[in-house]
Design a protein around this ligand. Structure first.
Ligand SMILES: NC(=O)c1ccc[n+]([C@@H]2O[C@H](COP(=O)([O-])OP(=O)(O)OC[C@H]3O[C@@H](n4cnc5c(N)ncnc54)[C@H](O)[C@@H]3O)[C@@H](O)[C@H]2O)c1
Length: 316
């Protein structure tokens, strides 16, 4: 049975991925430090199903602690790594650039350094659409190495560069996956769809930055997880893949979908654009379609219905 180390496995994407990989017959070692960027209780709850499975093991550790990591790598047998642990959140990175560098860059280097001697079949790194910044080449393609405008985006770009370097120098198989705004059940509470839903449901004002015409490529969690699972199975020397829905959704339209599903009108507080915001994200997924068989199926209309259903169930 194939054994996989999933870092950040207690988070939104990580916990959903762990469930999917367990379902497909893999053994999982989940490594997470349960940091308090958002409630660690939410993360413990995310793992409720996984913890019932005998093929699942949880290790609480911090990817910044090289010695502890080194003990884990020496003791545990696994053939593949999916590295999702990171500080996410563009706004937060503007306040804490040093901390983001320590976790997202040094933490990634710690893992790559240990992985190079472990003879792994594959190392999958979670990158982000943030690396594209305000690229003029739309839709975004993987051969655009990006020009990130936030400290968060810069840490992901550095992470990709280190992945490339380790693949070349140490003959490792590495795939970097650039996720485009992921949403769905368990979405982080700091992300727009979750935040807007909370505020509209509680009849509070929602801050809307810019004129509401900014566009995002929103990708449903099950589609992202299917793309990650495919990258785990296929072993490439070094590749970068966009994982997005390849459709752009205007912010005003997104809010109207949430309003409709909640049956409540938003109280909108219009504010100027914020630092780190980009006008558009839009994934070209022809490479992922061809090489990963990636085929996102969930429209934003359907995805918001699922999200609001989950939100209401968890709130009751
Ligand atoms: N959610 C998105 O839209 C999105 C978009 C692009 C990229 N990503 C990337 O995908 C990955 C997962 O994102 P998510 O939305 O599930 O976030 P998340 O915060 O829910 O999950 C990240 C997990 O990593 C853990 N973690 C953080 N620092 C750690 C450390 N030092 N040591 C060990 N564990 C640590 C956290 O406790 C958390 O459980 C991240 O790398 C993120 O940058 C996410």
């Amino acid at each position: 049975m194939e054994k996989i180390l999933v870092t950040g496995g207690a988070g939104f994407i990580g916990s959903t991925l762990c469930e999917k990989l367990l379902d497909s017959g893999k053994e999982i070692i989940c490594l997470d430090n349960f940091n308090d960027y958002y409630s660690p209780e939410i993360k413990r709850n995310n793992l409720r199903n996984c913890l019932k499975n005998e093929n699942f093991k949880l290790i609480e550790a911090d990817i910044r602690e090289k010695e502890k990591l080194s003990e884990i790598f020496a003791k545990e047998e696994f053939e593949k790594v999916v590295h999702l642990a990171a500080l996410a959140g563009v706004r937060y990175s503007i306040d804490k650039p040093q901390l983001f560098k320590e976790v997202n860059v040094t933490g990634t280097l710690n893992l790559l350094e240990l992985a190079k001697d472990k003879n792994l079949k594959n190392f999958v790194f979670a990158s982000s659409s943030s690396i594209y910044g305000v690229s003029k080449k739309i839709p975004f393609k993987e051969d655009d190495s990006g020009n990130p405008i936030s400290p968060y985006g810069k840490t992901k770009k550095d992470g990709e560069l280190h992945c490339r370097e380790y693949s070349e120098k140490h003959n490792m198989n590495i795939s970097c996956l650039r996720f485009f705004t992921v949403y769905g059940p368990r979405q982080r509470p700091d992300m727009a769809i979750h935040k807007f839903t909370d505020l509209i449901e509680n009849e509070k004002e929602i801050p809307l930055f810019g004129d509401g015409k900014s566009q995002r490529d929103y990708t449903y969690i099950d589609d992202i997880v299917a793309g990650i699972a495919s990258a785990v199975d296929k072993e490439f020397k070094f590749e970068i893949f966009n994982l997005g829905n390849s459709k752009t959704i205007e912010l005003n339209y997104l809010v109207s979908l949430i309003e409709k599903e909640l049956g409540k009108k938003a109280k909108i507080n219009r504010l100027p654009n914020q630092d780190g915001d980009v006008p558009i994200t839009y994934a070209d997924i022809s490479k992922s379609r061809k090489m990963l068989g990636f085929n996102p199926k969930t429209s934003i209309e359907e995805g918001i219905v699922n999200f609001v259903k989950w939100y209401r169930e968890k709130s009751n």
